[in-house]
Design a protein around this ligand. Structure first.
Ligand SMILES: CC(=O)N[C@H]1[C@@H](OP(=O)(O)OP(=O)(O)OC[C@H]2O[C@@H](n3ccc(=O)[nH]c3=O)[C@H](O)[C@@H]2O)O[C@H](CO)[C@@H](O)[C@@H]1O[C@H](C)C(=O)N[C@@H](C)C(=O)N[C@H](CCC(=O)O)C(=O)O
Ligand SMILES: Nc1ncnc2c1ncn2[C@@H]1O[C@H](COP(=O)(O)OP(=O)(O)OP(=O)(O)O)[C@@H](O)[C@H]1O
Ligand SMILES: N[C@H](CCC[C@H](N)C(=O)O)C(=O)O
Ligand SMILES: [Mg+2]
Length: 487
C-alpha cells in the first residue's frame, strides 16, 4: 500500500505544508521506536510524553514525512511536514485512509459503557457466527478475525492496530465486526475516521477517574461516541441507566432503547434468576439462558435488540443465544468435589462488585458463607478502592483483601487504601494477604461444603503485573489446583 502524503491527508485541514505533498508513503506510525525508512510519522501528545519531542529521532531513522501540531524549528531536507489542528484525530483519519477505510466495507457495531462491553461484544460475535456470518471481534480478552485469534493489548487498540485488524477482517470476508469502545479510545480519538453501523450503551458508573478526572468528563467521553455516529446508524441505549438518555442527547443516529424497568423499545422480564441460569421473557417468549445474574439480563437484552436492529430472525437469535456461555472470566464458576463453589469474575469497579455479589446473594440457598478475595489495580483510579472494599464487606461473610495488578505501586499501600473503606463493624470479617495466590488458597482452606468463593477483579487475565513485570498468574488455575487438591 503506497500512497502520496497528501492523499493520506485527504479530508484533513492542513494548516501548513513544507516540502513535497507527493512524496510516497510506505508505512505509517506514531511511535519513533517503530519507525521504518519511508514512513509517515504522526506526532501525538500523550499522557506521559509528547510525540513532538521524537520528531528529530523519527527523521534520523529515515521517515519521509511528518504530521504534527506545531512546525519544528529546524526542518530536515527531503522530509515533508504538515501541520494539523489535532494530530490524534489526524492519526485516526490517516489510518483509515491508509487501510482503504475497512470500517466502510463491513457493518461495525461499537459497544461502550462502564461494565458489560466485553460480555455484549463477545455474545454478539458468537451469535452472528452461529447465524452463519463471518465476523470480527475487538475486545479486552481477545480479538478475532472470524476463526483466527489475535491477542489483545487494549480494550480498543490504537488507530493503526485497529485499522490493521479491521482490514484483515475485510480481507477475510467478514460481514460484521463487533467492537468495544473504551472511554480512553473516544477521548484519545482512537476511533476517529471509523464508520459505525450502530452503537450500544451498557451503563455508566464509577471508573477511570484517574484519567478523566471528573465523572462529567467521563460521561462526555462516552457520549462523544454517540455524538459521532452518522444518521444512518442506530444508537441503542439502556433506558434504566440514569445517563441512558443523556448519552443520545446529541446523536444524529436513530435512537432505540432497551430496559427492564422503564419504557423502552425492547423489554425483558426476569422470570427466574438462579445459579443454573436465567429465565427471561423477551418479546413474549420465555427463554432459558446460561448466563447468570440480573445484570446479564441487560446484556442479553442489548444483544437481542442489536440483532433485531441488524434485521436478524427473532426465533433463531433466541435459540442460539440460549446456548451461549459468557466471555471468559465473567461469572466463570467451578464446583469442587467437596461442594465448594468458586466464581472468577472480572468485577473491577464498585458497581460490578456489587452486581456480582448481589447476584450471589440472590442465588445462594441461605446458610452458606460467601468468601470474597479482592484487590484493586495500581496506577488506576484510586477512588475506586474504598468503595470496592466496602461493598465487598457489606455483601460477604469473609473478605480477603489482596493484590490485583499493583503495577508500579506498593501492594500494601493499595490494600491500606482499600482498608479505609472497611467500617468498624466489618473489620472482623477482613483478612489481609498481599500475595494473591496465598489469598486464594486461604479462601479455599476456609471454605466448607456449600460455601461460595468469589475471586474478583482479574477474570480472564493470565498474568499479574508487579513493578513493570507481568508474571504468569491465573485465578481460575489457582482455584482449580487448590480445590481439586483439597477436595
Ligand atoms: C493512558 C493511556 O491510555 N495511554 C495510552 C497512550 O499512551 P500515552 O498517552 O501515555 O503515550 P506517551 O507515552 O505519553 O507518548 C506520547 C506519544 O509519543 C510517542 N513516543 C513516546 C516515546 C518514544 O520514545 N517515542 C515516541 O514516539 C508515543 O508513541 C505516543 O504517540 O497511547 C498508547 C499508544 O496508543 C497506549 O498504548 C497507552 O495505553 C496504555 C499502555 C494503557 O495502559 N492504557 C489503558 C489505561 C487503556 O487505554 N485502557 C483502555 C480502557 C480499559 C477498559 O476499561 O476496558 C483501553 O482501551 O484499553
Ligand atoms: N451490564 C452490566 N452491568 C453491570 N455490571 C456488569 C454488567 N455486565 C458485566 N458486569 C460486571 O462487570 C464485569 C466486567 O464485565 P465486562 O468484561 O463485560 O465489562 P467491560 O465493560 O468490558 O470491562 P472493561 O472496561 O474492563 O473492558 C463482569 O465480570 C461483571 O462483574
Ligand atoms: N481495562 C481495565 C482493566 C482493569 C483490570 C484490573 N485487573 C486492574 O488491573 O485494575 C483498566 O485498565 O482499568
Ligand atoms: Mg472489556
Amino acid at each position: 500500500m503506497r500512497r502520496t502524503f497528501t492523499e493520506l491527508l485527504s479530508g484533513i485541514t492542513i494548516l501548513d505544508l513544507q516540502g513535497s505533498g507527493t512524496v510516497g508513503i510506505g508505512n505509517i506510525c506514531f511511535d519513533s521506536r517503530q519507525v521504518k525508512p519511508g514512513s509517515l510519522f504522526i506526532a501525538v501528545k500523550g499522557t506521559v510524553s509528547d510525540g513532538h519531542d521524537y520528531i528529530g529521532k523519527a527523521v534520523e531513522l529515515g521517515v519521509s514525512a511528518v504530521v504534527c501540531e506545531t512546525m519544528p524549528a529546524v526542518l530536515a531536507e527531503g522530509v515533508s511536514y504538515a501541520v494539523v489542528a489535532d494530530s490524534a484525530i489526524a492519526l485516526g483519519l490517516i489510518a483509515s485512509e491508509f487501510y482503504d477505510h475497512p470500517s466502510e466495507s463491513m457493518k461495525v457495531v461499537g459497544v461502550t459503557g462502564t461494565n458489560g462491553k466485553t460480555t455484549v461484544a463477545t455474545l454478539l460475535f458468537k451469535l452472528f457466527k452461529e447465524l452463519g456470518y463471518k465476523v470480527g471481534l475487538v475486545s479486552t480478552v481477545e480479538n478475532y478475525i472470524h476463526n483466527s485469534v489475535v491477542p489483545s493489548t487494549h480494550t480498543t487498540p490504537d488507530p493503526i492496530a485497529l485499522n490493521t485488524l479491521l482490514a484483515e477482517m475485510v480481507a477475510a470476508g467478514c460481514d460484521y465486526c463487533f467492537m468495544e469502545v473504551s472511554s480512553h479510545a473516544v477521548a484519545q480519538h482512537r476511533i476517529a475516521g471509523l464508520q459505525f453501523t450502530g452503537g450500544v450503551f451498557t451503563n455508566l458508573t464509577h471508573d477511570h477517574l484517574d484519567f478523566h478526572k471528573t465523572f462529567d468528563a467521563y460521561l462526555k467521553a462516552k457520549r462523544g461516541f454517540f455524538d459521532s455516529l452518522p444518521k444512518s446508524a442506530f444508537a441503542l441505549t439502556n433506558a434504566d441507566d440514569r445517563n441512558g438518555q443523556v448519552m443520545l442527547q446529541n446523536t444524529k443516529a436513530y435512537k432505540k432503547s432497551y430496559g427492564l424497568k422503564n419504557m423502552a423499545d425492547f423489554k425483558v422480564r426476569i422470570i427466574e434468576d438462579e445459579l443454573s441460569g436465567l429465565i427471561l421473557e423477551i418479546d413474549g417468549q420465555e427463554v432459558w439462558f446460561k448466563l447468570i445474574g440480573n445484570f446479564n439480563a441487560y446484556n442479553l437484552l442489548s444483544v437481542y435488540a442489536t440483532a433485531m436492529l441488524l434485521e436478524q430472525d427473532s426465533n433463531r437469535v433466541l435459540t442460539i443465544l440460549s446456548r451461549l456461555s459468557s466471555a471468559e472470566g465473567r461469572f466463570d464458576y467451578i464446583t469442587a468435589p467437596n461442594g465448594v463453589i468458586a466464581i472468577v469474575d472480572y468485577a473491577h469497579t464498585p458497581d460490578a462488585v456489587q452486581n456480582v455479589l448481589s447476584t450471589i446473594q440472590s442465588v445462594r440457598k441461605g446458610i452458606e458463607q460467601v468468601i470474597t478475595v479482592i484487590g484493586c489495580g495500581g496506577d488506576r483510579d484510586r477512588t475506586k478502592r474504598k468503595p470496592m472494599a466496602q461493598i465487598a464487606c457489606d455483601w460477604s461473610d469473609k473478605v480477603i483483601l489482596t493484590s490485583d495488578n499493583p503495577r508500579s505501586e506498593e501492594p500494601m499501600e493499595i490494600i491500606r487504601e482499600m482498608e479505609a473503606g472497611v467500617s468498624p463493624e466489618n473489620k472482623r470479617k477482613v483478612l489481609v494477604i498481599a500475595d494473591r495466590g496465598e489469598a486464594i488458597r486461604t479462601a479455599c482452606h476456609l471454605a466448607k461444603a456449600g460455601d461460595i468463593i468469589l475471586v474478583a477483579g482479574k477474570g480472564h487475565e493470565k498474568y499479574q503485573e508487579i513493578k513493570g513485570v507481568k508474571h504468569p498468574f491465573d485465578d481460575k488455575k489457582v482455584l482449580t489446583e487448590q480445590l481439586i487438591q483439597v477436595g
